[in-house]
Design a binder for this molecule. Structure first.
Ligand code: NAD
Length: 261
């Protein structure tokens, strides 16, 4: 239980990869603050399960990642009720698939706000506490799309490339404070985010569901297997260890070889 006494905020942790991070941190004794949207009863079940796993407190905060004040309030609440935050994971994300000339402006704005700008607000609010503690771990879920592009994902690719740049800049700024800043870039992970984009990709490219799964999604992944949320969370956990203190400013792929091609 190497995270006993530490606290972690994971944005967008009511499902998918975020929930896997929260479970991994709790399994090592951390108190965790989960965040995101979803069914209230299901969220409460997850929160209670995290507490049972960690033996430490677990809280849910409903902060909307499009709202700077809500993000700042969530970080302050973590400090007041759990301590820290010692670990933050910028993970909340959405997707919309359409060509640029048909891309809805409100979707562009929402993707940039949730997938990129919220990470800036999380860092801005958390770094003073981490500097005071002389220890911190900042991790962002980027994507293979932080390194390469795909058609019809302009806002997502722009936001994820932005996360890669923000990660490097923040790492340089806090390098002497015991704080590391890294991005994890998964390939296709089987979560609701991927499931939900299948109908739009079918429409945008005129394909069947099976064709989208095999010819679009797994076409890019040489292993021909989806990445699992647990595999991504295991890397985040390693980044929190003292052995990982020299890993900073890195963008680490967990993509089944996608970006090697
Ligand atoms: P998901 O849809 O399962 O989870 C997204 C989470 O973000 C949910 O908890 C949701 O409630 C939350 N969220 C959405 N809008 C929010 C808002 N305005 N405020 C607060 N929370 C909000 O998706 P996932 O696949 O687990 O995605 C998690 C992260 O991983 C995202 O940043 C995504 O871009 C990234 N990623 C996913 C894949 C993949 O293949 N699934 C690949 C690479 C990167």
């Amino acid at each position: 239980m190497f995270l006993k006494g530490k606290s972690a905020i994971v944005t967008g942790s009511t499902s998918g990869i975020g929930l896997a991070y929260a479970k991994a941190f709790a399994a090592e004794g951390a108190s965790v603050m989960i965040n995101g949207f979803g069914d209230a009863a299901a969220i409460e079940t997850e929160r209670a399960a995290l507490e049972a796993t960690s033996g430490a407190k677990a809280l849910y905060d409903a902060a909307d990642m499009t709202k700077a004040e809500a993000i700042e309030a969530m970080v302050k609440r973590c400090h007041d009720e759990l301590g820290g935050p010692d670990i933050i994971v910028n993970n909340a994300g959405i997707q919309h698939v359409a060509p640029i000339d048909e891309f809805p402006i409100d979707k562009w704005d929402a993707i940039i706000a949730i997938n990129l700008t919220s990470a800036f607000h999380m860092m801005r609010a958390s770094i003073p506490y981490m500097k005071a503690a002389k220890w911190g771990r900042i991790i962002s879920t980027a994507s293979a799309h932080s390194l390469v592009a795909s058609p019809n994902k302009s806002a997502y690719v722009a936001a994820k490339h932005g996360i890669a740049g923000l990660t490097k800049t923040a790492a340089l700024e806090v390098a002497t404070h015991g704080i590391t800043v890294n991005a994890i870039s998964p390939g296709y992970v089987w979560t609701p985010l991927v499931e939900n984009q299948i109908p739009d990709t079918m429409k945008a490219r005129g394909l069947t569901r099976e064709q989208v799964m095999n010819d679009v999604l797994l076409a890019a992944q040489p292993t021909k297997e989806f990445v699992t949320p647990e595999q991504v969370a295991a890397l985040a956990l390693f980044l929190c260890r003292d052995e990982a203190k020299s890993i900073t400013g890195a963008n680490m792929t967990v993509d089944g070889g996608w970006t090697a091609a």
